[in-house]
Design a protein around this ligand. Sequence first.
Ligand code: SF4
Length: 501
Amino acid sequence: MPSKPLRLSKSRYLSGLQCHKQLWWRVHEPDAPELALTPGQENLFAQGKEVGERARGQVPGGELIDLPFYEYDNKVAATREALNRGLPAIYEAWFLAEDTYAGVDILARDPGGGGRGHVVIEVKASNSRKPEHLPDAAVQVYVLRRAGLQVERAEVMHLNPECRYPDLSNLFVREDVTALVEGTLIGLSDELEAQRRMLDAPLPDVPIGEHCSRPHDCPFIPRCWPKLPDHHVSSLYRIDRRRAVELEADGYATIYDLPSELELSAIHARQVKAVQTGRMVVEETLKKALTQFASPLAFLDFETVSLAIPRWAGCRPWQQVPVQFSVHVEERGRGLTHHEWIADGPGDPRPALAEALVEACAGARRVVAYYASFERECIRQLREAVPQLGRGLERIERRLVDLLPTVRNHVYHPDFGGRFSIKKTLPALVPGLSYSDLKVRDGEVATVELQRLMLAGTELPASERAELRQALLRYCERDTWAMVKMLEKLRGLVADQLELF
Ligand code: SF4
């Protein structure tokens, strides 16, 4: 007896649209380690779910098909039964046609079409409509029509970047994408058929290319892409992908191979020199650049959370809101003192944070940050949110100096690997100091964990809360301590006035 063909779904179709090989692995190796979600992705899914639930309020009076995710056939049957009852809307409706499942966030009755027509509404937790939303809506329209439903219209409902808490009446924007979807339907049937045939065959041979990162980074990139040699030309700082391909085609696979007569930007020239000589390059201009770091200094770093549905006054969807800071301050006669503040409840953290920040930075002549435009934006937000501290905050903003361009424009160590993030430059400039000994080691995890600390309430046991709080405090503290040690190192380099290894 021939085996039953593998069924497709909306998400499988979209994955196959990006790459058949990716879809084959997703279907035949569902437990592949590459498919495990990162904390950041899990957070996005959780927030997307919240947005989906909230969106149902825009089309009231509907019924939710509330069954476990994997009960596809039961969900299809329950949807059919709900349709027969003539409800104004069905949330999480499921359909099956041509061996393809399609889940619909909101299926609404179209008031036109004699009451028999329907509107497919795809809810997105993004602040705008994106090109990849169209095939998503199109496959739903296709399957629903094949299942016998009269679909008159397709909409994408996304978050509204103009919305400001507490007025959430305009949280969503609905865009009619019917005409665009009708265009996207052309060829959809053939693609579904091609995907089904491909899944019944051995792993397809698909060459790597631009599609590996469009519209999303494929999780299988480490499997497919060859491991590049150290200092490959693509590791030149911010090199255009096409330029790297050209250099490789000209026979220059690594930075070691690049000829001396090649015209390069100042940063690339420094990088090439450092890599080819195996020594750190320190420009004479560093001395002048360091004069802006006039004591007494404060070293400042913020951590933020970003919520799809805003919950504090004046905030828009996905706004990055500062909820934690660390400041190391030089104080006359006392060396460095450390100040820190962290939110650990659901209330608006900005007034208390701003007050502590103004106090911590009061005696500083300059406030040092690494990639200061981020800190500047956080301070601007605080000025809007806490106008009574506007003058103090504005003083901090005026005194900001950025350590990142000081490194980028005057120093290169071969271990930077073409990047100037603090995670790359710190261990190269200050051996022995990194983030590897910390429980929270990167910004993505910090954001997710801060959100948990603030919003999990009693779900987070007291002991775990205390531990998490400590881990987050130590992470943020490391960022400012890193700047202290890095500046110390740069000053030492100037004192030496040598190119050091
Ligand atoms: S890395 Fe590229 S070629 Fe490989 S599966 Fe992913 S998209 Fe396809």
